[in-house]
Design a protein around this ligand. Structure first.
Ligand code: MOS
Length: 751
């Protein structure tokens, strides 16, 4: 355990001694010893196993489905198809339509096929092997109809989405056309990003168990109460009759933010067989039914006048979606707020393909959008013959440019300075192909990172037990990010207890409701609720002591009472003290409990809230073979108050590694004839491994944000990926003189 700073006995608790400390993960031991139970590991009595059968065409109908052989196979309990599946209210779509948690699901309600890899049958057997065997024996014939699979052709019919992240699809400020004509330096370029799939280590998994009218789901999810509500509505039952349990998640990144078809299918099969049913998606099934980052085509026009003043900014986005939902990757949202230009025009349009529906994927919008915007800025810097940082500073937004609101906090200038200094940017020769390391071409590139600081209402409870420990609960999730650890720090800090005396529990829809662990908002939303509940429980305990004639603290004014390491004490006379447990023991031994709800006020109307950062990368490229290595990445961020230096650093580093994958490796090849992911497995869908990663140097600059919440914390889950692909793309240009505007940047595009 990393030593943590605790106040010595007798000193009043001032400030927040535990907050920010690089505390080890409180769930680390359970994870490395295998005691942490993930969804698929819940071995309930009488558990049976389900395997999905998925479509092999992209569009059409099931003509015939022959289940006779499969049904007779050893151990098979059920082969569920659209012919015998329970009919759900309104075909199951009644409950799934509310965005962002609700999706259009495929629940075996009819014979229609909307994409390749769509669920068309579910086989349930007494063992996984029997279920897999029988799943292969289901014979299906399809009637194919024309499938839209070619993005270039699909673009001929563009759909304007109704809303883009609570805002309009298009935005317009100033006279773009006039400013563009008058500009003295211009960039007009098209950037493209491919379909990407999330691929958390733990695949989606659900264990569904009915007890009469009551359904329990052990599900791998970013949103336990979202699953509860969606499943309840889909079945037309009360949310009170559904409980969702998820204490551990092996990675989510957005694909587990929604409730997808397999969760409901597992519950349908459990009801029909009368057994608890386990359904785990096979890795290739992760490429279709549970979302992806859609393909984007982004047209950028940047124009500058004297001294690099950006006068014209235009960003037009076309993103792919399915025929089932108008899902939009909001790539131009970042462009609306990041720089202070005289004019601006942005738009979002959709092109429909017979693919599964896209979804949130780490920094949805900002990740893809920052590639286009931050590469275009680099191109503009070359056109204007300016240093790319100087150009960005020339257009630094002192306030939010769309609404003119002040920032709640912004340390981007310091991020540029800190990052540049740590990287050694001043030694860069801006001339392309001017720097070498032996035979290798060396390139240095940089970009801005940014992500909104989100917050939603959250609830928590805190209970001080007679044994002097406390249990604190909130129905949140820990995706591997450190929620358990940070919430324990916040609660222990407020309760005046050592961390090991506080147990924080999450991941159960019967706990006080918390929002989806998405949008980098968990610490900013749940943290204040935990702080408030713990503070309220402590205050109740203090009030009990004051009212108790036998207490050392009887009649002492509440503001003179401190609380630390399990003791209450009089701050003006520290010798007057007693254990918290003693106060409870004298008062009937009843636990002291408090609940709280914490939600944002109207500060979002007064301030614009975002995190910012700057990313610097070095690439080395073999001039003959085009092979790209990234020996080092330096990044600096302003994210408000960092709650835990260790888990926070890991989060930011994980985001940067994702950015490197996005820049150089990740792409789902969707077959143009049958719409299936050609590389739909971990052997061929490339993500970075340790050998691909060089030095990563991260600095979090000191930043105070008095407006975001009581803790001053902004989110850090997603900002790490933003800007990285652009910084690498810009470094590749600097190394080679070749501007690759199509991700991923692979060696074939350089030779
Ligand atoms: Mo994240 S893509 O908001 O789960």
């Amino acid at each position: 355990m990393t030593p943590i700073t605790q106040p010595s006995n007798g000193t009043p608790v001032t400030g927040q001694p535990l907050i920010g400390q690089p505390v080890d993960r409180t769930d680390g031991h359970a994870k490395v010893t295998g005691r942490a139970l993930y969804a698929a590991e819940n071995a309930l009595p009488r558990l049976v196993h389900a395997v999905l059968v998925t479509s092999t065409i992209a569009s059409g109908k099931i003509a015939t489905i022959d289940t006779a052989r499969a049904e007779k196979m050893r151990g098979v309990l059920l082969v569920m198809t659209h012919r015998n599946a329970p009919q759900l209210p309104k075909k199951g779509q009644a409950g799934a339509g509310d965005m962002p948690a609700g999706r259009v699901l495929n629940l075996l309600q009819d014979d229609a096929v909307h994409y390749n890899n769509q669920p068309v049958a579910l086989v349930v057997a007494d063992s996984l092997e029997h279920a897999q065997d029988a799943a292969r024996a289901v014979r299906i014939a399809y009637t194919s109809s024309h499938a839209a699979l070619d993005f270039a052709k699909a673009k001929s019919v563009l759909v304007k989405p109704e809303k883009v992240q609570g805002s309009t699809a298009d935005s317009e400020r100033g006279d773009h056309a006039g400013a563009w004509r008058a500009a003295t330096a211009r960039v007009d370029a098209l950037y493209t990003t491919p379909v990407e799939h999330h691929n958390p280590m733990e695949p989606h998994a659900t264990v569904a168990s009915w007890d009469g009218e009551h359904l329990t789901l052990y599900d791998s999810t970013q949103y336990v109460s979202g699953v509860r509500n969606t499943v309840a509505k889909t079945f037309g039952i009360l949310p009170d009759n559904v409980r969702v349990i998820c204490p551990f998640v092996g990675g989510g990144f957005g694909c587990k933010g929604s409730t997808w078809s397999h969760v409901v299918l597992a519950a349908m099969a459990a009801r029909k067989t009368g057994h608890p049913v386990k359904l785990v998606l096979e890795r290739p099934q992760m490429f279709g039914i549970v979302g992806h980052r859609p393909r984007t085509e982004q047209h950028m026009q940047l124009g500058a006048a004297g001294a690099g003043r950006m006068t014209a900014v235009r960003h037009d986005v076309i993103a792919s979606t399915s025929f089932q939902e108008d899902w939009i990757e909001p790539s131009a949202i970042l462009t609306r707020m990041l720089y202070d230009s005289d004019s601006q025009h942005t738009s979002h349009r959709l092109a429909r393909l017979h693919h599964g529906t896209p979804t949130f994927m780490r920094a949805p919008g900002e990740a893809s959008g920052s590639f286009a915007l931050e590469c275009a800025i680099d191109e503009l810097a070359y056109a204007a013959k300016m240093d790319p940082i100087a150009l960005r500073l020339q257009n630094y937004a002192e306030k939010e440019p769309e609404k003119g609101l002040p920032w709640s906090s912004k340390s981007l200038r310091r991020c540029y300075e800190t990052g540049a200094a740590r990287f050694g940017w001043a030694k860069r020769n801006p001339e392309p192909r001017s720097m070498r390391n032996g035979h290798l071409l060396v390139g240095w590139g940089m970009a801005t990172a940014s992500y909104p600081a989100n917050r939603q209402a959250a609830n928590a409870s805190a209970t001080i037990l007679p044994d002097g420990t406390a249990v604190v609960r909130s129905g949140s999730q820990d995706l591997g990010t450190g929620t358990y650890t940070v919430m324990t720090q916040i609660a222990a800090n407020a309760l005046g207890l050592p961390m090991e005396k506080v147990r924080f529990e999450l991941g159960d829809s019967s706990q006080p409701k918390a929002p989806v662990s998405g949008g980098s908002q968990t610490v900013a939303s749940v943290g204040p609720a935990v702080h408030a509940a713990a503070t309220a429980a402590r205050d109740k305990l203090i009030a009990t002591a004051i009212a108790d004639p036998q207490s050392q603290l009887h009649g002492v004014p509440a503001e003179d009472i401190g609380c630390e390491l399990g003791w209450l004490f009089r701050q003006s006379v520290p010798a007057r003290r007693e254990p918290m447990a003693a106060v409870i023991a004298r008062n009937g031994g009843r636990a002291i409990e408090a609940r709280s709800e914490s939600k944002p006020g109207d500060e979002k109307k007064q301030f614009s809230m975002h995190s910012f950062g700057a990313v610097f990368t070095e690439v080395e490229i073999d001039p003959d073979l085009g092979m790209i290595r990234v020996p080092r990445i330096v990044a600096a961020y302003g994210v408000g108050k960092l709650m835990n230096k260790k888990t926070g650093h890991s989060q930011l580093m994980g985001g940067i590694v994702w950015g490197l994958g996005m820049a150089l490796m990740e792409k789902t090849e969707m077959d143009l004839y049958n719409g299936r992911a050609v590389n739909g497995n971990l052997a061929e869908y490339h993500v970075p491994v340790n050998a691909d990663i060089g030095d990563i140097d991260i600095t979090v600059v000191d930043e105070t944000d008095p407006h975001i919440n009581a803790l001053g914390a902004k989110g850090i889950g997603e900002i790490g990926i933003t800007g990285v692909a652009a910084a690498i793309g810009n470094a590749v240009y600097h190394a080679t003189g070749r501007r690759v505007r199509d991700l991923p940047i692979t060696l074939d595009k350089l030779i």
